[in-house]
Ligand binder design. Structure first.
Ligand code: ADP
Ligand code: MG
Length: 245
């Protein structure tokens, strides 16, 4: 039995000028998988993630999301992006809007859902992350960890089919990392498909269904957390792990 492919990446290449960052990456992400991408700084992890929702244009290759070719110029990328939630290192909440407004803007404006429905769903998700009582607060009144939990909720309010995370805890004070990782763990337990670029090896070990090591333009090694962390085969991976574990 094999789960349905949600994202199929074929021979993805990306260069910036003469620098080739991704040199022909092929991978297949199934519904319900939690894929953690690890690798050295500058290896192209963010570029890979940004290509997946076309924040970066691939130089060549194919990316199929739910069977639709994202690289095809005819594809309506805006409607595709609504089904792909993205959470960045910086939370990027709208500072002049309260939390509830931040959460309901996309569903109401882009998805034409009613205010009642959008607010009810936002409140339901806020309850789940323990921030319902902050619905009327403004972003700057919240801690970094709270803002990042809100940023995750904001993405979820669009009811995406996949969530992309780019080092969501890297900008946080250490004591706030856990609360954000816990929200992500809950999501994984609910079988949300997730692609997570992270330096949190503990999270990857505990939550990932698959870990992929990106370096030198390729996924040099991939496997279960037990395989990858317990018995790394690639020399670059061994040396990377010796520095981060
Ligand atoms: P990582 O997320 O693994 O740290 P990035 O994907 O951010 O790596 O960057 C990979 C390489 O691509 C780096 O050398 C970076 O300088 C380069 N790069 C990333 N984005 C751009 C851009 N928009 N223009 C030029 N070079 C870029
Ligand atoms: Mg990055």
């Amino acid at each position: 039995m094999s789960a349905k492919s949600l994202l199929q990446v074929k021979e993805l290449r990306k260069q910036f000028g003469k620098q080739e960052v991704l040199k022909g990456i092929t991978t297949d992400i199934k519904a319900g998988e939690v894929v953690c991408v690890i690798g050295p700084s500058g290896s192209g992890k963010s570029t890979f993630l940004r290509c997946l929702n076309r924040l970066e244009e691939a130089s060549s290759g194919q990316i199929l999301f739910e069977g639709v070719d994202l690289c095809d110029k005819k594809t309506d990328i805006d409607s595709v992006r609504q089904r792909m939630g993205m959470v960045f290192q910086q939370f990027n909440l709208f500072p002049h809007m309260n939390i509830l407004k931040n959460l309901t803007l996309g569903p109401m404006e882009l998805q034409k859902r009613s205010r009642e429905e959008a607010e009810a769903y936002a409140m339901e998700l806020l309850h789940k992350v323990g921030l319902a009582e902050r619905a009327n607060a403004y972003p700057q009144q919240l801690s970094g960890g709270q803002q990042q939990r809100i940023a995750i909720v904001r993405a979820l309010c669009m009811k995406p089919d996949v969530m992309l995370f780019d080092e969501p805890t890297s900008a946080l004070d250490p004591e706030m990392v856990g609360e954000v990782l816990n929200v992500m763990k809950d999501l994984a337990a609910q079988k949300m498909t997730m692609v997570v670029v992270t330096h949190e090896m503990g999270f990857a070990r505990e939550v990932a269904s698959r870990v992929m090591f990106l370096a030198d333009g390729y996924f040099l090694e991939e496997g279960s957390p037990a395989e990858l962390f317990g018995n790394p085969k690639n020399e670059r991976l061994q040396s990377f792990l010796s520095k981060v574990l």
